[in-house]
Write a protein that binds this ligand. Sequence first.
Ligand SMILES: [Zn+2]
Length: 285
Amino acid sequence: MELFKKIFAPVVQYYEKIKAEEEERKRREDLRKQRIAYIKTNGKYISAVRNLNNSIGFKNIESHPRFKRTCNSKAQLDNFNIDNHMLLTIEDSSDYFTGMVKAVQYNRKKHNQYEEQYKKILYNGYNSKYYSQYAVSTVIEANELQTIEMQECKKIKKKPTEDFTIELIVCYTSPQGRNEYTRTYKFDCAKIEYYLNEYQKLQKNKESAVYQRQLMTPKLRYEIMKRDKFKCTICGRSQKDGAKLHVDHIKPVSKGGKTIESNLRTLCDICNLGKSNSYDPYGLN
Ligand SMILES: [Zn+2]
């Protein structure tokens, strides 16, 4: 028996050594997993990024909204003027488009702030001694923890929508649906901003005095005089009495008056001169 033990002792020792090594390896692996799990929930950089995520919110933006337009004829499709159409579409839903552009501008601005804060957390705040608290015994282990924490920060880093693509699908289907033609136009935020700008210019122009004066056509002038029986609405004189008749804006265009029948009247040159550019909102002039 003694001899037996003596002969096999090295073999037993060998297996015990392997077993001990295996146990040590397992212990270290468990420790490693624990550290990783701990850092993923309690790591100071991850926690700081989470706090940042809670402090800066971004707007949700529909990234691919679609609009569809149907044409009545092939010619209409072929002559489709995209600029005019977009201006009309914007007129229909100007609040929607303004909202989209504002949301993008908001997200871009907030994203800059977010990036600055994120960089501060990760670069300025980095401390190599920090990982020694997690019972790491080697530099490799510390580096691994650091890599994992940085990766985790990247994973939870917010990526706000900073642009969108509006798709406009224009289609025409021939009678009985024999042929179907579609065209797709795409617009990003910058393009929509351009259209909104053009639309606002048009609106302003419509409201401007210049535009209102342009609306004063000879035909309309005649209609108003006819309505007023070719007499000055203040003094009652007509051309027969030697009066020179004008059509006058009751509320002057320079004060926002519109060229519409209810704001127009016939005046003789004398009454018109006396009126000048004054306007009494109670209709006394
Ligand atoms: Zn008069």
